[in-house]
Design a protein around this ligand. Sequence first.
Ligand code: ATP
Ligand code: TZP
Ligand code: MG
Ligand code: MG
Length: 264
Amino acid sequence: MSYLSKVRDSNPLVHNITNIVVANFSANGLLALGASPFMADAHEEVVDIAAFSAAVVLNIGTLNDYAIQSMVLAGQSANKHGVPLVLDPVGAGATSYRTSVTQKLVNEMQITALRGNVAEVANIIGESWSIKGVDAGEGDGDVVVLAETAARKLGCIVIITGKDDVITNGVNTYITSNGHPILTKVTGTGCLLSAVVGAFLAVSEGASLEAAVEALSFYGVAAEIAAELTTGQGPGSFQIEFLNQLSLVTPETYQDKSIINQLR
Ligand code: ATP
Ligand code: TZP
Ligand code: MG
Ligand code: MG
């Protein structure tokens, strides 16, 4: 059975501590996919919620010290209870606060999967790559080498997204090539993707690399179909149709359209 079917069958509870920009879009995207979103950051409850969730997703998009403490509490609880833990380091490298907070998070908990753009991942491991706010800028490094280096340093799955996506655990590496440029015109498509990765990891034995790969290519296929159905309209129509397609794309359509290459 595909991981997509498993998500839809088991409706995993995904605990999100996320930013104010994307909370609604992320919750709706998880619901459309077939997962069950729970957005909560109060210190009084995050330890309990992380413990009974199927995945925990941390996102530093609009960070402040209260939210960071929520993330430490939830992340450590997820680790204690064997719950897959995803980190989206939005804007790491854009300010020293974001870079140091991300480094604190990766030091104080074991992340299962780190999902970011190339600049964010580069800056976390001390390599330079330009970043403009929350968006990746230009750089001249090898993205595959960068992802593999980060995966080995952090001991987790690393996912670097862009036109193509690199998914690696430092030993095995895949490239997925689905998606559409209009994804870059809707805020939160990276953040929702990180939450979707959480839902796929939740339904795989041992939070497998293959589940992360399927999450990436499925997400891209849904975007391709949504873009085609809203050709000539704009990001607003695309965003709505994308939510539709997260719920409508069948495992068969996904299999037909997915473009996945295993490098090693
Ligand atoms: P950034 O802030 O740099 O845009 P992000 O966190 O929004 O980063 P993206 O890298 O934009 O994350 O990835 C979000 C989704 O958009 C992924 O599914 C990715 O494959 C897709 N994507 C990004 N750029 C393109 C592109 N040029 N063509 C096709 N798909 C893309
Ligand atoms: N500002 C702070 S968080 C955020 C913005 C615009 C959302 C970023 O979302 P994504 O998924 O990285 O585009
Ligand atoms: Mg983007
Ligand atoms: Mg992002």
